[in-house]
Each structure stands twice: as structure tokens, then as C-alpha cells.
Design a protein around this ligand. Sequence first.
Ligand code: SF4
Length: 196
Amino acid sequence: MAETLERISRVFHVLLWDTAKQIALSPLQIQILLYVRDNPESKGGVGRLAAEFGLTQATISDAVNTLIAKGVLERRAGAEDRRLKLLKLTARGRRKTERAAEWMERAVRLLRVFSEGEKEETLAFMLRLVRRFHEDGLPTKMHVCPGCANFHLGENRGRDTQYTCDHSRKTFRLTQAKFNCPTWRPHTGHARDLDN
Ligand code: SF4
């Protein structure tokens, strides 16, 4: 099982490297562009990115400065707090990011042959696995609901088990879990909140 997951992860790496070569960016630069695209109001700049990717601030800073020099990324004042500098894609950066996303879209196309039920079950399993990793102190660097202290088992149990978020007060199914959530807090303790 672990070997299969590792092999699948390797396939994703190959797809990422192929795209990186085609558009003359490094895999890390691609990941930064996609992160900025998907988290446009993300605060914390380089520090947040370093935590997200599990790298040093110096490494991220180099990659961000290169992207700024290439004219695909820029630092702009935040809409709510002008003193806060947020990373934003330039128009050129948006075009480049569309191409950068191709590596993931290829994988998404392949996933279309599977039924919704199969995908939901697999995603639920992966999210449970992330929660276990968090509890075991493994550095997943994934800010996703099952590894968050705000995440709890809700009312319904069984196939449609509902979960709640202490922060947003919302109820949702496991497959609706949020990724890269800005209000994520590290969870510690046992995974009983995930048991059906
Ligand atoms: S704070 Fe964010 S990550 Fe945590 S449970 Fe709520 S939505 Fe999920």
C-alpha cells in the first residue's frame, strides 16, 4: 500500500517536472504560482509559503524573487490592510499559471474515468490518512480540515457522516474538507473524531 502511494506520488512528480521544463520554471516556482492563484488573499507571504512547502524562508525567498524578476509575480498592498504586502499574479503570471496547471489537469482528466463514489471514498481515505499522519507528528504540511483542531465529528453517522468547524460553525461532509485554510490550527490527540 505504502509502495503504491509512493509510486503514484512519483508519477505526479514526473508530470510536474515535464511541465516545468516546457515553460522554463522550476517545479517549486510552479507550485508557488498555483498556491498564489488558489489563495489570492493568503497572508504571511514568504513565511506562509515556507511553512506550506516545508522549506526554508531563504529557499522560498529566492524562488519568489526570481518569479518577480520574471514579471509573473508582484507584491501588492492588501485590500483591508495597506501595510500588508500580498503576493499577486501579474497578467503574464496568470497566463503562465494556466500553462503551469496543465500537469495537474492531465491527472484530473485521468480521474474522470472513475465514478463519483469511488473518488469520494478514496478522498475520504486520504483525508483520514492525513489526520493519522498529523497525530503521528509526520510533516504533511497540509492545512486541511482533518488535521485541524477546529474540526469535529457532527450529528449524522454512517456514509453521510457530517463534520463541523468550530471556526466557521459550518457543517460539511469529509469530501468537502477545505485545503490551505487560513484559519487552520494544528490538531493533536487521537483520531476518534473521524471514526464512523
Ligand atoms: S478552520 Fe479551516 S481547516 Fe479547520 S476545520 Fe475549519 S474549515 Fe477546516
